[in-house]
Design a protein around this ligand. Structure first.
Ligand code: NAD
Ligand code: DAU
Length: 379
């Protein structure tokens, strides 16, 4: 079958990647979607069961650092677009093992860029019609001041900001905000962003970078706050709140991020940066209380039943105080906006984890990893 486009999505077996793969496979039957994923602990093909048999989807188990494999894949399928999500993504792991983060996030991105350069420059039309779209994070900008610890009326109104929602400082991350990463994770992402922009500026590669805030929703690996805490509440286990639980994050439903990626891949301007976020700031402790309330209600527990699980623990090293994205540029220029009120999104997310206990048990027991290792041995 001849496809209109051949697109590699890296990290498609991970949390956000699986939502992007699903959206593209369903929405564009005339595109071949090639999911390239190493299947680290964070990659799980069970995230894609519903689309894995589609004729426009294929999976390749590969490490993005493996330049030769990426090069031959790009040549074989005449790949004309790359949406790059593969990464080591967990800040706590980066504090313990920064090397792995530099390898995958920096060298892996460089390997993809070099392969794309070699293949695209050899086409008669060169870079025309090609896209290298790099998915990055708001964490590269560093941390914002919390100069309104009790919160103020936010300056922006969007569908994601519910009644009574607050902003915890005057400043926001803009596309023009100077990079100032603090963790090994964000330092590695910042470095990869610089490489992507350098390939545009030096070689004319058609690149785009987006920086998104914290995502939540189905299929997130349960080492991250929201799925970890939902699972712990369900099992009556302690909820380890770092420090005083006062850090602020800006939460976006993962399907809204995937929609933004679709719009930007197709309509975004080459060499531009777009910030993606929901104008939806929450102090960790307030968010945790919403999760407790929702899980208790859905499990039929009395209100307040699981509040005693909250356990304050030693803070994360270098813990960034506040993230808050200004996504006005994306909203104004490309017409994207978040679709969900946070309360709806959290309810949907809690329900999904409670209804998919088998998925959670497989992930927490590590069963899925053993299965892939036998299935893909030697590939
Ligand atoms: P994730 O950890 O859930 O998934 C990462 C995926 O990449 C996994 O499937 C893993 O197997 C794969 N991978 C890791 N190393 C690889 C390698 N060397 N070669 C090939 N595949 C490899 O991550 P996520 O939360 O879905 O994040 C996806 C991307 O979005 C990352 O680049 C991350 O920095 C960025 N991001 C995440 C968030 C968030 O809130 N989760 C927010 C903004 C940006
Ligand atoms: O901002 C975007 C980033 O969001 C992405 O780039 C990262 O890939 C993604 O992992 C996420 O990073 P965070 O560090 O913000 O997410 P995490 O879920 O690990 O933590 C959210 C907040 O909750 C953070 O302030 C730390 C706190 N926390 C986290 C865990 C896992 C706790 O208090 N206890 C916990 O056990």
């Amino acid at each position: 079958m001849n496809f209109k486009r051949n697109i590699i999505i890296t990290g498609g077996a991970g949390f956000i990647g699986s939502h992007v793969v699903r959206l593209f496979v369903n929405k564009y039957p005339d595109y071949r979607i090639i999911n390239v994923d190493k299947l680290t602990y964070a990659g799980n093909l069970a995230n894609l069961r519903d689309i894995e048999d589609r004729p426009n989807y294929m999976f390749v188990r590969a490490d993005i650092c493996d330049f030769d494999t990426i090069l031959s894949l790009m040549k074989e399928y005449a790949v004309d677009g790359i949406i790059h999500l593969a990464a080591e993504s967990h800040v706590d792991r980066s504090i313990k093992d920064p090397f792995t983060f530099a390898r995958t996030n920096v060298m892996g991105t460089l390997s993809l860029l070099q392969a794309a350069k070699a293949v695209w420059e050899a086409f008669p039309e060169g870079y025309e019609g090609k896209r290298f779209y790099h998915i990055s994070t708001d964490e590269v900008y560093g941390a914002l001041a919390m100069n309104h610890p009790e919160g103020i009326e936010p300056p922006f109104k969007t569908v994601a900001s519910s009644e009574g929602h607050k902003a915890y400082g005057d400043d926001f991350f803009y596309e023009t905000t100077k990079y100032n990463p603090h963790s090994p994770y964000s330092a590695s992402k910042a470095s990869s962003d610089h490489f992507v922009r350098a390939f545009h500026d030096t070689f004319g590669m058609p690149t785009i970078v987006t920086n998104c805030s914290n995502n939540y929703g189905p299929y997130q690996f349960p080492e991250k706050l929201i799925p970890l805490f939902i699972n712990n509440i369900r099992h009556g286990k302690p909820l380890p709140v770092y420090g005083k639980g006062e850090n602020v994050r800006d939460w976006l439903f993962v399907e809204d991020h995937a929609r933004a990626i679709d719009v930007i891949f197709h309509e975004g301007k080459i060499a531009e940066t777009y910030n993606i976020g929901g104008f939806n700031e929450w102090k960790n402790i307030d968010l945790i209380k919403v999760m407790i309330k929702t899980v208790d209600r859905l499990l039929g527990n009395p209100e307040g039943h699981s509040l005693g699980l909250i356990t304050y623990v030693t803070d994360r090293l270098g813990h960034d105080a506040r993230y808050a994205i200004d996504s006005t540029k994306l909203q104004k220029e490309l017409g994207w906006e978040p679709s969900l009120q946070f309360e709806e999104g959290i309810e949907k997310t809690v329900r999904w984890y409670l209804d998919n206990q088998e998925w959670m048990d497989n992930v927490t027991s590590g069963e899925y990893e053993k299965y892939y290792d036998s299935m893909y041995k030697g590939r």
